[in-house]
Design a protein around this ligand. Structure first.
Ligand code: CA
Length: 251
């Protein structure tokens, strides 16, 4: 039902909200908080993740193209490694293999230049705050430098108690748990939140958590791959999202 090739107009937003309210019977959409994914939403870091995964997998005899890395985006490192191990060796990875391969991937990623803030992302966070919405981050990343990077890139936006990382969850995306933890941390119900996501599996996780989900297609995948996960709206950049009337909607 959602199939637009340009910025959603006000009437598309109204119908997306009506559709959400119809599907989620527990409460009308009344946003009080925004949960942001990190890589590919707040930081333009996905090209580095994709090339790091591809290079490291080749070294360990597990082929994965950078394009495939975008399809796995949002999974934990362990889950991604297990999928490849099943494909090439027909078994689960051992704990040592996961730890070695993931360490090598992190090393390759950390050797890349520091990812820039996604254009428009700071404007989106300031807009949400100006509209009186609480904001948080829900990421599959477990990097220790996470908070420092968020603080440096988004001054006065995120506090440590409003960040969900891989250390906070048992199940990574596409399981809804990360986003359910995000709702807990911000003290809101599913119908009181908005998720901003760029990856198919991240959209799946947010939709499964019952949250109004905005896809922002900042990467190389066609819109149809993101739309197949049934986000409520789709934008093509954070800059485009920054001027969306959705943040002013109060139900
Ligand atoms: Ca992402």
């Amino acid at each position: 039902m959602l199939n637009q090739n340009h910025t959603p107009m006000a009437e598309n937003i109204t119908s997306a909200i009506a559709h959400y309210d119809q599907v989620h019977g527990r409460g009308h959409f009344a946003p009080r908080a925004v949960l942001f994914d990190m890589d590919g939403v707040l930081f333009d870091s996905m090209p580095h993740h994709a090339t790091s995964w591809a290079a490291v997998c080749t070294r360990f005899g597990l082929e994965m193209s950078p394009e495939e890395a975008y399809m796995h985006e949002g999974r934990t490192g362990a889950a991604t490694i297990n999928i490849l191990m099943q494909r090439y060796h027909g078994r689960e990875a051992t704990a040592d293999e996961i730890s070695d391969i993931y360490a090598a991937k992190c090393e390759a990623f950390n050797a890349c230049p520091e990812a820039a803030r996604m254009p428009g992302a700071y404007e989106v966070t300031r807009r949400a705050l100006a509209e009186g919405l609480k904001i948080g981050v829900v990421t599959g990343s477990g990097q220790k430098s996470l908070l420092d990077r968020l603080t440096a890139g988004f001054p006065d936006c995120f506090t440590p108690d409003r960040i969900v990382s891989s250390a906070d969850v048992t199940h990574g995306k596409p399981h809804p748990e990360p986003y359910l933890r995000g709702l807990d941390k911000l003290g809101v119900e599913a119908h009181e939140a908005i998720v901003v996501e760029n990856a198919p599996l991240g959209i799946r996780a947010a939709v499964a958590a019952g949250i109004f989900t905005i896809a922002v297609n900042t990467g190389p995948l066609p819109d149809d791959i993101l739309l197949a996960e049934k986000p409520n709206l789709l934008y093509h950049s954070m800059t485009e999202l920054a001027s969306s009337p959705i943040f002013a909607y109060r139900g």
